[in-house]
Design a binder for this molecule. Structure first.
Ligand code: MEZ
Length: 533
């Protein structure tokens, strides 16, 4: 199925395989990493950013696609909305039905709050479901939350908010126990201990996994728990504007049925934004590993009512998106493939980086290999590098791939590629939103009361780059915590008169900045979504 160039390159990769397995490439120095990132990482490409002209982060340079959404108009006119007769009246309103939203709902329910999830697709249609390789927790005798902290803090360029990161790593062992008790089928040794592996930038093996569909297994369990408890989930309904009360506290949201476009009002004592990521914004034209609904909606909703963003200029490009065949262009090839021993090699079969560098460094190395070095393989859609998967069987023994990464094996097998026997072509794919809304350690935004955020819509937990497996972890840790804290806050909250006056305020600021736009936000679905009217 491959052309002549592929065939020759494949032969070179196979010929070098044994030597490459034995070869231990050097780690890059801090200076080498800095130079590499500055030259090749998309976050450093100034022409792709512009100054944001309105709101709490005015003056910051952010991706222009995000600026367009943050500066866009509301989808509603305040005067058309009947705030006095809400369709729903709850204690805790959760926007988003992924892992963070579901974890929050379970804990808010435990705390006795009247909780409701609203989600623009279905519960579980989320990036959580797409996560493959695992979830980090320092729960082995040679490890500790302090070592986990150091790995993540360094990997995030020392930019993480330290109290948030400390909460993440110290709560991690309990998060695993919680999931295990709820029914997540983690990979275990015959004696019952959890099997753990390395990820990029980890100094200990602390990645807990359910084969290579860890996120799907976690989401399945959380979704069952939410549904079994009878927590109301309003599906195919998006939040299109937050509502504040007369005292400036978050007090609900305007909702829109995605099919009928019916507008509804949900009144709430506290609100949790758990809307996930932004891969479907396709920043810089990158493909994405993300779920269909990942369009940065939570950032827009929060920003328009005055919440601050943190590190919204930094995105994660997962080093190994599928580059071939075209049908799965951009789909995630889990980092676990490298954890199990596969190395990245170029057209000539040469290993060009340590396989477990942090993601930003690995992505930049691949981009370098495919740009001025031009050592990539031409897929017909651009250049890519090989991920030499047959190494895994040679290192771990026959059957390792089927046992540890069966979903990868099946995904490629459906296109006639047996990853046990031949390597696969990869190139970075837009994977994660490192930045998001700025929160305190309780999960409440730093400047809008009663507005909580959890999951990928948060900025600051990971700094400017996230390590593998810390995202499945943060949705559990910060999801649970937001649920508990939002429920507690709801108990002491009296909601004042509802208002949408922030829309007029934002419009006035936009006009004063001389911005002319016909765009509306939040985006809700990608640009290529089928239009029904
Ligand atoms: O944390 C992630 O992004 C993750 C586990 C991805 C992967 O490579 O599998």
């Amino acid at each position: 199925m491959y052309g002549k160039e592929f065939e020759e390159s494949l032969k070179a990769v196979a010929a070098a395989r044994d030597a490459n397995i034995a070869y231990e490439p050097a780690r890059m120095t801090a200076k080498e990493k800095e130079d590499l990132l500055a030259a090749y990482h998309p976050d450093y490409k100034k022409s792709e950013f512009r100054e944001l002209r309105v709101g709490a982060n005015k003056g910051e340079a952010l991706p222009h696609e995000l600026c367009d959404m943050l500066e866009a108009k509301s989808r509603i006119k305040a005067e058309d909305i009947d705030l006095d007769h809400p369709t729903y009246d709850v204690d805790v309103l959760i926007i988003g039905g992924g892992g963070a939203g579901s974890s929050a709902a379970i804990e808010a329910d435990n705390a006795g709050a009247k909780v409701m999830i609203v989600t623009k697709l279905r519960i579980g249609d989320a990036n959580t479901m797409m996560a493959e390789g695992g979830i980090q927790a320092a729960d082995k005798p040679n490890d500790s939350p302090a070592i986990h902290f150091l790995d993540a803090y360094g990997g995030g360029h020392f930019a993480a908010k330290r109290d948030l990161l400390a909460k993440l790593v110290t709560s991690a062992p309990d998060a695993i126990l919680w999931l295990n008790k709820l029914g997540v089928e983690f990979d275990k040794a015959p004696d019952g201990t959890m099997i753990t592996t390395h990820g990029g930038g980890t100094s200990r093996k602390r990645m807990h996994a359910a084969k290579d569909y860890s996120g799907a297994e976690i989401m399945r369990t959380l979704r069952d728990e939410v549904l079994n408890r009878g927590i109301p989930v309003i599906e195919f309904t998006s939040a299109i504007e937050l509502i504040l009360d007369e005292n400036g506290k978050a007090a609900g949201a305007v909702l829109m049925n995605m099919e009928t476009k019916e507008i509804m009002v949900a009144r709430a004592k506290t609100v949790i934004i758990a809307t996930g990521g932004a891969g479907r914004m396709h920043y810089q034209g990158f493909p994405t590993s993300n779920h269909y609904g990942a369009t940065a909606d939570g950032l827009v909703l929060g920003y328009r009512v005055g919440a601050k963003l943190l590190y919204a200029d930094t995105l994660q490009y997962h080093p190994t998106g599928a580059a071939y065949p075209q049908q799965i262009f951009g789909a995630l090839v889990t980092e676990k493939v490298r954890s199990l021993g596969a190395k990245l090699v170029n057209r000539d079969g040469k290993v060009f980086m340590h396989p477990l560098e942090t993601r930003d460094v690995a992505a930049a190395s691949i981009i370098r290999e495919c740009s001025d070095h031009a050592e990539g393989v031409d897929t017909g859609d651009g250049l890519a590098v090989w991920l030499d998967t047959p190494m895994i069987e040679k290192i771990g023994g026959e059957g390792t791939i089927e046992k540890r990464i069966p979903a990868m094996m099946r995904m490629f097998a459906s296109f006639g590629i047996d990853i046990r026997k031949e390597p696969i072509l990869v190139y970075p794919t837009l994977h994660y939103q490192n930045g998001g809304l700025d929160i305190n350690v309780d999960g409440e935004t730093t400047n809008v009361k009663n507005l909580f955020v959890a999951g990928e819509a948060v900025g600051g937990i990971h700094g400017r780059n996230r390590l593998m497996g810390n995202s499945l972890l943060d949705i559990i840790v910060f999801g649970r915590s937001a649920g508990k804290n939002a429920a507690a806050k709801a108990k002491e909250t009296e909601v004042g008169k509802l208002t949408l006056s922030h829309i007029a305020k934002f419009d006035a600021e936009r006009d004063a900045a001389g911005i002319e736009t016909n765009l509306v936000s939040p985006k809700l679905l990608p640009d290529y979504a089928r239009k029904f009217n």
